[in-house]
Design a protein around this ligand. Structure first.
Ligand SMILES: *Cc1c(COP(=O)(O)O)cnc(C)c1O
Length: 381
């Protein structure tokens, strides 16, 4: 099964018919505990924080989609991120790209920073810049690619090589790309993190996360933390993510078709100063994306020329919901500066290019012609 192609694995791995009833779809094992024949004599499950069959199915499927040996599912992407950072000891050093998910930065800075984690943030997408930031104490390098919200691309393979020469682990938050478009482990990463809240579930109806790796020692350590801290997804949420994943391939292809059309429309619009989409030839990461990804995904960001038109643009959208998050079947528009990235200090935001004119779109699965008409109307007023 593990050698099958992506969509086959998405639909089948970890999802054999239920051995007891023959149920074709993995049941929602809504139970906190499991009856043992005698103390210690059980069928592999004892207590649902430690392990639950619906969650196991999801973990196995996610691992397979990333080409990993092991998967761990969490109650949120942030809980998954926390489990990875928990590998670090006080006094150890972390190198991260600057443009990192706001909640990830918050964990680095406000939670682990207070407990002695040292961090260096790299602005430059040149792998050498990461090389220069490494020190003998650097235990981990953290990347997001494409980044949020400017969709910058990092050379995962080159950065992983430099990190490994330094004895540092490489973690990639693969939420934006999804395992359908990018497999960081194949590019040399040690650990991949996902917010399953986004494309993997794909229907904007839950919060979830996951970690995958092929390193047994790291898997065991993070699995220990998963059970100890207990931020596990419910059987129902695990089941919903599993169901979402079955259509990941067709959804990603359709998200991308819509994003392609919308990016082309925006490039030609007179009110738009700049479009950020890796599928555009003029995007600085275009060639690298072609090399390490099999597509661009469904996110498109752009800057308006006129800051005084930002408010009316958002107010006049009808189909695009003004909302945080991304990756669902419905299209969303977000103002990073005041919404998703508001917690980042203004100076840092400015330095990154997250200005008040910046708009981020999560292109959903509505008809692209309708979405373009919606944007056209909102850009006109
Ligand atoms: C949403 C997101 C997270 C955090 O995930 P939650 O499920 O909201 O906790 C982490 N990284 C990226 C890139 C995200 O988009």
């Amino acid at each position: 099964m593990r050698n099958n192609k992506f969509s086959t694995r998405a639909i089948h791995v970890g999802q054999e018919a239920d051995p007891v009833t023959g149920a074709t779809i993995v049941p929602i094992y809504a139970t906190s505990t499991f009856t043992q024949k005698a103390p210690g004599e059980h069928k592999g499950y004892e207590y649902s924080r430690t392990g639950n069959p619906t969650r196991s199915a999801l973990e196995e499927c996610l691992a397979s989609l990333e080409g990993a040996q092991y998967g761990l599912a969490f109650a949120s992407g942030s809980a998954a991120t926390d489990a990875v950072i928990s590998l670090l000891e006080p006094g150890e050093h972390l190198v991260s790209c600057s443009e990192v998910y706001g909640g990830t930065f918050r964990l680095f800075d406000k939670i682990y920073g207070r407990r002695g984690l040292e961090a260096t943030y790299v602005d430059d997408s040149n792998p050498e810049a990461f090389g220069h930031a490494l020190t003998p104490k650097t235990r981990m390098v953290w990347l997001e690619s494409p980044t949020n919200p400017l969709l910058n691309i990092f050379d995962i393979q080159s950065i992983a090589k430099l990190a490994h020469e330094n004895g540092s682990l490489v973690v990639v938050d693969n939420t934006f790309a999804t395992p359908y478009l990018q497999n960081p482990l194949a590019l040399g990463a040690d650990i991949v993190v996902h917010s399953t809240t986004k494309y993997l579930n794909g229907h904007s109806d839950l919060i979830g996360g996951a970690v995958v790796t092929s390193n047994e020692a790291l898997y065991k350590e993070m699995g220990f933390y998963q059970n100890a801290a207990g931020a596990v997804p419910s059987p129902f949420d695990s089941w919903l993510v599993l169901r979402g994943i079955k259509t990941l391939k067709v959804r990603m292809e359709a998200h991308q078709r819509g994003a392609d059309e919308i990016a082309s429309f925006l490039v030609d619009h007179q009110a738009v100063a700049k479009v950020y989409y890796p599928g555009l030839k003029q995007h600085p990461g275009h060639d690298l994306a072609l090399k390490q990804m099999s597509g661009w995904g469904g996110m498109v960001s752009f800057k308006l020329y006129d800051p005084t038109r930002v408010d009316s643009f958002f107010r006049n959208l009808e189909l695009f919901a003004v909302a945080e998050s991304l990756g669902g079947v419905e299209s969303l528009a977000c103002h990073p500066c005041t919404m998703t990235h508001a917690t980042i200090p203004e100076v840092k935001r400015q330095a990154l290019g997250i200005t008040p004119q910046l708009v981020r779109l999560s292109v959903g699965l509505e008809d692209p012609a309708d979405l373009i008409e919606d944007l056209q109307k909102a850009l006109r007023v």
